[in-house]
Design a binder for this molecule. Structure first.
Ligand code: GLC
Length: 460
């Protein structure tokens, strides 16, 4: 009854009776997990009923989908799902998930390993195809070639052993947000190196505090020990010319002086330009501070721009976006981590055809256009970057298109099913340096040993 173990942990997902797997659908759930499922009953969020009537037409099915939980993701997903319900007469539950990609992965792994059919369509991070691919259907059998309109690199990323395990939904790259008004007021320029960023952040932070804005900080980012820190730390390391932890051939490269310098630089920000609490910040906490007007700079993904521009936002029209700064050293360059999310259909779904149709609808050009305009979720369909409405809603991002094209992938393809273990070791090593529990040099030497042990001589 592993599915019921998942129910205990993923309390927001499962609803009463949702503790059955295809394998053991006829058995009763055991007592403990049954009650956990009941506790969770109220939290599963269904979307609007089709046509408002609640009565599903003959042949209609009921599906469940996970969507993201950062910024406007839930809302925007529910709107898309409701449109598909209207169109098809089927019903879809939009399941609540935690905001953290790492927690979402743990829960998806437990559900899928148990063969649970509770979720038909999974929203999967760009680094998961190698980890979860075997649990998903080949969408090429349903797509009629729709994937050809998407960025080739993402389609390749989502293709495992010739199977298209997920349709690209939106793409992400780390960017630098800055307060245009504060830079102007303090006669400063947008920083292009981390050194400039630290100096500008400190100068403006100190001056603003002196003028009475006591909560002001210079720089916020994602420093919690989770996948988001892997993205931030990869950007620091790559921007110092320190590589990508593991190279495309599977060789562990992280133990090098540029990588150590990058982590020591980041550690020097804690308590000086970044609040000590940044060590537990994910995306939401970072944008919370920045959007309240309490930070000069922020590292985040494109979604936060839409939130900054809402009418109620204290920083409306005051925010600019640029590429992330470069480090020092010969190989220094601006580096943005490649992120993004995709829709996959579980092989345990009882309604694979409809589930695939839902995934294809939500990833279609019309939906991606709507999501790019309403929530700044960057399309994976190449032609939408020429669409004038998309460009008008995302002026700053379309000007950063080269950044998106050159975004640095995490070492997920090379490490296959072990990527999450690799990433966990990397974010823990980075977190130890940020929290001053270890020197970067020692932390990276230790990390190298662990990763080499995991890879058994480079064969991941
Ligand atoms: C964003 C990215 C995703 C990444 C996550 C880390 O959601 O799209 O790829 O893993 O942030 O927090």
């Amino acid at each position: 009854m592993k599915a019921c173990v998942a129910a205990v942990l993923w309390t927001t997902v499962l609803f009463a009776g949702g503790c059955k797997s295809n394998k053991d659908a006829k058995k009763e759930p055991d007592k403990g997990s049954g009650s956990a499922a009941q506790t969770a009953q109220g939290s599963a969020q269904g979307s609007a009923q089709p046509g408002g009537s609640g009565a599903a037409p003959a042949g209609a099915v009921e599906l469940a989908i996970t969507c993201g939980a950062v910024g406007k993701e839930q809302k925007i997903c529910k709107e898309g799902v409701a449109a598909w319900e209207q169109k098809t007469g089927n019903k879809v539950k939009v399941v609540s998930v935690p905001a953290s990609s790492s927690e979402q992965l743990a829960l998806a792994q437990q559900l899928l390993a148990a063969g649970a059919s509770d979720v038909d369509v999974f929203n999967i991070d760009v680094v998961w195809p190698g980890i979860l691919g075997t649990f998903f259907l080949d969408l090429k059998e349903y797509s009629k070639g729709a994937e050809k309109e998407h960025f080739e690199a993402i389609v390749a990323n989502n293709t495992i052993d010739g199977k298209l395990v997920a349709m690209p939904w939106f793409t992400d790259a780390g960017v630098l947000y800055y307060r245009k008004d504060l830079l102007e007021k303090h006669k400063e320029k947008v920083p292009t190196t981390w050194e400039e960023l630290a100096a500008t952040a400190k100068k403006i932070q100190d001056a603003e505090r002196k003028a009475g804005h006591k909560e002001m900080w210079g720089y916020v980012f994602q420093g919690n020990a989770y996948e988001g820190l892997t993205c931030n730390a990869l950007e620091w390391v790559a921007s110092h010319g320190g590589g990508t932890v593991i190279d495309a051939q599977g060789k562990v490269t992280i133990d090098n002086p540029d990588a150590a310098a990058a982590l020591e630089t980041a550690a020097s920000w804690i308590g000086t330009i970044s609040p000590p609490g940044v060590l537990s910040y994910q995306e939401g906490e970072s944008h919370g501070i920045f959007l309240a007007g309490d930070a000069v700079f922020m590292r985040n993904w494109p979604y936060a721009y839409g939130l900054a521009q809402e009418d109620k936002s204290p920083v409306k029209d005051k925010v600019g976006i640029s590429v992330l700064p470069k480090g020092a050293g010969a190989g220094a360059r601006s580096a943005a981590a490649l992120g993004g999310w995709n829709l996959a259909v579980s092989k345990f779904s009882k309604h694979p055809k409809e589930a695939a149709e839902l995934a294809l609808y939500l990833t279609s050009p019309e939906e991606q256009k709507r999501r790019a305009i309403a929530a700044n979720l960057q399309p994976t369909i190449v032609s939408l970057y020429q669409d004038k409405d998309v460009v008008a809603a995302n002026p700053l991002f379309t000007s950063l298109v080269d950044t998106f094209k050159a975004a640095v992938p995490r070492p997920a393809t090379a490490t296959k099913g072990k990527y999450n273990r690799v990433s966990t070791e990397f974010w823990n090593a980075a977190h130890a340096v940020l929290s001053k529990q270890a020197k970067a040099k020692d932390s990276l030497a230790d990390l190298k040993g662990k990763l080499e042990g995991m890879s058994r001589g480079g064969t991941w």
